[in-house]
Each structure stands twice: as structure tokens, then as C-alpha cells.
Design a protein around this ligand. Structure first.
Ligand SMILES: [Zn+2]
Length: 309
């Protein structure tokens, strides 16, 4: 068991190479932990001479909640300057990306966490901001910054054989809390479970169609299955952009009770079974999707729905 108070603080804060300078406790606000970097004094990037500390302005970053309470990291960043009068460098601020990326108002670990919450788990920006006790824009800007880095990775998407489209309420905006919708583009074939590829604005056919058209044709050709709700816009996306793909009704949207569409291609069966009642409109729509059978489906795969009962 560690009992050295300094070390105990460092362990609780959990950041590499920092000194914990103190904690500011306002009963009605987030807890504030003041830190500084412990790294060696740098040399001048231009003349390689010794440098001096100009000042240490506090930079406040939203951090992960600590012990059920919103938290802030107050980073006393070193500002360095070169005393050589001939040197053109002037002053600069010391950065450490392990703590936080420059110009973002959130620590790196909080940034990764909010991106996961919003991007993968589908929580709203407002909900996550409430949990961290911070502004909506702080979370949104961070998710965009981290999400963009993921999108810029050319190997990120990989081969997708089953693609899902799903609408989600992105936020409520303005004084009337107007609903703003987004469409999640999901790799349903990802090992270990569905994987979010992107989120595009709106729930019409336009956003997803543009997204798909921007992908290479060879990538689109590898998609065999489209998982969607029964709305017209998403069917239009598949009809227009992925005409060769077999469309499967997402069981969570409008399929009759008892319908089961496995979401992973590992268990994507050749038959999607719909059991139970109903030969109403819902049943007919489900069948209409299920019986759309492209000519190039390999023999032996029965891409159709069986209706029992
Ligand atoms: Zn210098």
C-alpha cells in the first residue's frame, strides 16, 4: 500500500510525469486539481542554448469525473523564452499531448472518453456534457476533433460486407428544442459487434448516399447485406447507391413482433425468419424488403423472409 501523500496524489490523478501542486475545492463546483509537468527543462529549438521560464499561466481543462463529481485539471503550463538577444525564437508554451491536445478544452483521456460515448455508444452530446458538468460546445468540439482524426485514417474503415443505416436523435437545438437528426453508418459485419463508421447529418437519403458515393467502387462492391429500418429514405439509399446489396429489415424498426435479424454476419443466416402474427401493412412491407433478391446472390443463399403463423 502506498502511503506517501505525494505519491498517493499522483496515483489518484493518474497522469504521467506530473507534479500535483494542489486541489481547489468549491462545494458547488467541480473539483480542480492543479498540476505541472515534471519533464526536463528544454533547450532552445533555434539556438539550442539554455532557456528560462517566462511564466506559468493556468490552463483549465475539463477532465473525467472523479469519484462521482465533475473535475477540472488546472495545468500550470510552462512558458519558456530564450535569453539570447540574437535568437529570434522569443517565447513558446510547453505542451504534452499525453495530458491534452493544444487548443482543446478537454484532457486527452476525457476527449477519448467523450468520443467513445457519443461515437460508439450513441449517447447525446448534451447528456455527456451534463455528466462532466461542462458546456455542450466543449464536448461537441472535442468529439469532432477526435472523430476527424479517426476519419482521416485511411485504414480505419476496412472491408465491410454488411452495412447498416440507423437514424438517431443527435440533439435538440434552440429555444424550441427542435429535434436534429443524424444517420449512423454502421459496419454490422465487424468482428466483436457492430462498429460505427460515421455519422452524417439528417435522416434523408442525401447524407448516406453522398457518403457511400465518396467511397471507392471496389469497397462498395464488397458489401453484400444492407441492414435498415423500413423507411423510404434508407431504402432509396440502397436502391440508388448499392443496388446489388440484399436489404434486410432491422428488427428494431417496424418488423412484426418475433422478427429476428442477426446483426453480425458471423451469424447472418441465409434466412431471416419472421414469426408470429400479422398480415397487416407491417408484414407486407417487411416482405417487400425481404423478397428483393439480386441476381448475383450466390446459389444456396436464400435471402428471403419466411413468415410463419
Ligand atoms: Zn535561442
Amino acid at each position: 500500500m502506498e502511503s506517501n501523500p505525494i505519491r498517493v496524489c499522483e496515483l489518484l490523478v493518474g497522469l504521467p510525469d506530473v507534479n500535483v501542486l494542489g486541489v481547489i475545492d468549491h462545494p458547488d463546483g467541480p473539483i480542480r486539481v492543479v498540476i505541472e509537468c515534471r519533464s526536463d527543462r528544454p533547450t532552445c529549438p533555434d539556438c539550442a542554448g539554455p532557456v528560462r521560464i517566462k511564466d506559468r499561466p493556468p490552463v483549465e481543462l475539463v477532465d473525467l469525473a472523479a469519484f462521482g463529481r465533475p473535475a477540472r485539471l488546472v495545468w500550470r503550463k510552462h512558458r519558456w523564452w530564450c535569453p539570447d538577444p540574437e535568437c529570434p525564437v522569443g517565447s513558446w508554451t510547453g505542451e504534452d499531448r499525453r495530458i491534452g491536445a493544444p487548443r482543446l478544452a478537454m484532457t486527452d483521456r476525457a476527449g477519448r472518453w467523450v468520443t467513445l460515448q457519443v461515437g460508439k455508444l450513441g449517447r447525446t452530446v448534451a447528456e455527456v456534457a451534463r455528466e462532466l458538468g461542462c458546456d455542450w460546445h466543449t464536448v461537441n468540439d472535442t468529439v469532432i476533433a477526435y472523430g476527424q482524426a479517426l476519419l482521416d485514417d485511411p485504414d480505419r474503415i476496412g472491408t465491410v460486407t454488411a452495412l447498416g443505416l440507423d437514424e438517431s436523435l443527435f440533439l435538440r437545438q434552440g429555444p424550441w428544442r427542435t429535434q436534429r437528426w443524424a444517420t449512423s453508418v454502421v459496419d454490422v459485419s465487424a468482428p466483436g459487434g457492430a462498429r460505427l463508421l460515421d455519422v452524417v447529418p439528417g435522416r434523408s437519403a442525401v447524407g448516406p448516399s453522398r457518403w457511400l458515393e465518396a467511397r471507392p467502387e471496389e469497397w462498395r462492391d464488397q458489401i453484400c447485406w444492407g441492414v435498415l429500418d423500413l423507411s423510404g429514405p434508407y431504402r432509396k439509399v440502397f436502391d440508388d447507391t448499392l443496388g446489388h446489396v440484399t436489404q434486410i429489415a432491422d428488427p428494431f424498426h417496424g418488423a412484426p413482433r418475433g422478427a429476428r435479424t442477426p446483426r453480425r454476419p458471423g451469424c447472418l443466416p441465409s434466412v431471416v425468419a419472421v414469426t408470429g402474427r400479422s398480415r397487416g401493412p407491417c408484414w407486407r412491407r417487411t416482405c417487400a424488403v425481404g423478397t428483393k433478391r439480386p441476381d448475383n446472390v450466390p446459389h444456396g443463399q436464400h435471402h428471403q423472409m419466411i413468415v410463419a403463423g
